[in-house]
Design a protein around this ligand. Sequence first.
Ligand code: 13P
Ligand code: SF4
Length: 304
Amino acid sequence: MDNRDNELRDKIMLLKDQKKAIILVHNYQLGEVQDIGDFVGDSLELSQKAAGTDAEVIVFCGVHFMAETASIICPDKTVLLPDLHAGCPMADMITAEKLREKKAEHPGATVVCYVNTTAEVKAESDICCTSANAVRIVEGIDTGEIIFVPDQYLGHHVSSKTGREMILWPGFCPTHTRILPQHILERKREHPGAKVVVHPECRPEVTALADEVLSTGGMVRFTREIEAGEIIVGTEVGILHRLRKENPDKKFIPASEQAICPRMKLITLENVLWSLQEMRHEVKVPEDIRLKARAAVDRMLAYG
Ligand code: 13P
Ligand code: SF4
């Protein structure tokens, strides 16, 4: 952190206390934003943290669906997203209306929605999941058809792990699909002893080359525990800040430097400070939608 960052951080800390706020930060955020977080984590950990906090205000340093999920869980708290343009393009690849059409084609199917969806889509779903618990959640569904939305690649990964065929939505993450098999092969050639960890939003040809396919929180735990000195990381590059900070004795190599999520990077120290000063932008979900979405999120949280 330079002097300007330190100054901004001091102002943020002061206001945060005055407003009884907590700052929740996703693992893909800019390093300086991660460094001011009360908690840094993956989508599941962040929703668990939102569910457990007694703060009055949650400043969400992540993308819109994450703030929305916090608001679904904590309707009495003020949930702030410092930049409303920080949306997830994959979440916008399905609408509630399109999902209703798909459900009509498969009456009786269980709908599993990735947390990377709008509240309206969650409200049309039976159970929510994140990349950390998707396999366990699908394993817990006894029989019948499953519609999995919107990430076809996470869906593919879950199918391969559970042996369950699912009806997949053709959504994808524009950031993770930039990582190609040749990137992994090149990095492996350059670092022959390295372990390869990738996110399940990657293409199947990429996950097939990995030692581990993990959520970002899973990557944090896995890299903490292993002996290996070199780890090739196939996910958004923001996580490297945390991995390097927590494991100074290990070397982290991005599978691709191009795996950047521009929307995640819209959150800055400047707009976090502004957000607390102006109490904007508040993310709130209409109560009828919230209650239905909450049922899907609660079923997920019950898995622990
Ligand atoms: P996780 O941090 O839950 O693994 O999710 C990655 C992601 O793409 C969030 O948008
Ligand atoms: Fe969405 Fe991909 Fe960015 Fe995650 S990394 S917020 S899935 S676009």
